[in-house]
Design a protein around this ligand. Structure first.
Ligand code: FE
Ligand code: CA
Length: 453
């Protein structure tokens, strides 16, 4: 039988005592037949899995079987618990005579732990726009955890200018088309390597469904069907703990590492409305944790540029699709009184860093945290007069116009971010470098390195 592990393996959602292991069986990832996604016959397949303390599987600590079901495109989500905190593990799957690649994963730290957590942040990886060299470098760092802040796929029709093509070029609107879009992306060996290197915690932005969509869209049955299909395909291709139900998927959640970091993963799309980015329930959840969290760093993991960003020139000068579209809600988050507030974001395909101000219109107002915006892995940036934007927004402190990712360490004293960048993605083999490094220390309100602008 053909290799069913063409889409690789993944793990995610680390807790101190467990992780989720993922694979999806597909002997023909881009099968055009909607009745046989991944080229798989429409029946259940039994998969066995193993988790070991070592890469050679000499010490297997858990194993079991799981059913890969056709209604979930033969994806497998195995919940493993009872593990040691802050520990590396290795896992693999078997189906018949076929064995998957080996993945490395890691549990979160014990709630009382004080050790630093090493993480990476990726965003915006349009397949046609280039090679995933940055993800290959990210994999080489073997972070404790990888956050993906959205635009994992682009539902859009084939880009007019492409480095590599998608064979099914129409915009995805059906479950089958979304499945095949994820499959096309996961045929990339660098993306598979990044998943196999570390557990991921992902959230989505707009392109997992439709460019710039908000909430229930136009409210039509057609849009809600499309959104439900997109959410299901997202689940089928990510190592998530929860499954979609009735066309909804609970994405906002907290992943904590000891006394050092609370990573608050936000959903800026599903509950969005004319006057809200997060929706009432998610905002209440977030504000309560920001007020009460006993840990050192409160880190918002979410797609959209959070600080005010005034773009000089003809209007619109503020981007309504980002947090500049919901300034009152942003102010409530900044006013929650959290010390050690950090926002990690993506979406704009360039790297930025800046201070979070109590009042962005008053440069003398208190600095209440910092934001680090990951560039895209491949997605092309808009034309940006970065000098003009930096000049018009004194709280913005850094810009880099290359593709890349964030490499960070949250420790008991310091929060460090390195902007990792590659010079090109239109061919393979770009080396990676550090465009700038920032340190937040003391009360967590200032940059240690303010000279990189
Ligand atoms: Fe994007
Ligand atoms: Ca986006």
């Amino acid at each position: 039988m053909a290799d069913p592990f063409t889409l690789g393996v993944a793990s995610g959602e680390p807790l101190p005592d467990g992780v989720i292991l993922w694979t999806r069986l597909a002997v023909n990832p881009l099968s055009p037949d909607p009745a046989r996604p991944g080229g798989m016959a429409p029946r259940a397949v039994t998969v066995t899995w193993q988790l070991a303390e070592d890469e050679r599987f000499a010490t297997v600590v858990r194993q079991g079987t799981a059913q890969a079901l056709p209604e979930w495109a033969h994806s497998v989500h195995v919940r493993v618990d009872g593990l040691r905190p802050g520990a590396d593990y290795f896992y693999r799957f078997r189906s018949g005579a076929d064995q998957s690649p080996v993945g490395r994963t890691r549990t979160a730290d014990d709630p009382a732990a004080t050790r630093p957590v090493r993480f990476a942040v990726a965003s915006c990886q349009r397949y046609e726009h280039g090679f995933y060299t940055a993800l290959r470098h990210l994999a080489g760092e073997r972070p404790d955890v990888v956050f993906h802040v959205g635009d994992y796929i682009y539902e859009s029709r084939q880009a007019a200018q492409f480095v590599r093509r998608i064979e099914q070029p129409d915009a995805a609107t059906t479950l089958h088309a979304y499945r095949n879009r994820y499959a096309r992306y996961k045929t990339d060996p660098d993306l598979r390597a990044a998943h196999a290197a570390a557990p991921w915690v992902s959230t989505w932005d707009d392109h997992e469904v439709l460019d710039n969509y908000a909430g229930r869209g136009d409210g039509s049955a057609a849009f809600l069907r499309r959104r439900a299909a997109a959410y299901q395909a997202y689940y089928e291709h990510q190592p998530l703990r929860v499954r979609p139900r009735d066309g909804e998927l609970r994405m906002y959640r907290r992943r904590s590492y000891g006394t050092v970091a609370d990573f608050m993963v936000l959903d800026a799309r599903q509950y969005r409305g004319a006057t809200t980015m997060l929706g009432a329930a998610q905002e209440a959840w977030l504000l309560a944790r920001l007020r009460d969290s006993p840990v050192r760093w409160k880190v918002l993991v979410q797609p959209l540029f959070f600080a005010r960003r005034f773009v000089p020139g003809p209007p619109p000068n503020l981007r309504a699709d980002s947090w500049d579209g919901q300034p009152a809600e942003r102010s409530r988050i900044l006013a929650a009184g959290a010390s050690g507030l950090v926002v990690l974001s993506g979406d704009v395909h360039n790297a930025w860093a800046g201070d979070l101000k109590a009042d962005f219109l008053d440069p003398g107002s208190a600095t209440v945290g910092a934001e680090f915006v990951a560039s895209g892995i491949t997605s092309r940036p808009p034309v940006t007069d970065s000098a003009a934007v930096l000049g018009a927004n004194p709280h913005l402190r850094f810009f880099d116009g290359r593709r890349g990712y964030l490499s960070g360490v949250a420790g008991p004293e310091e929060f460090r971010i390195a902007f990792r960048a590659v010079d090109f993605v239109d061919r393979k083999g770009a080396p990676v470098g550090t465009a700038a490094e920032f340190v937040m220390d003391g009360n967590g309100l200032t940059f240690g390195n303010a000279s990189s602008k």
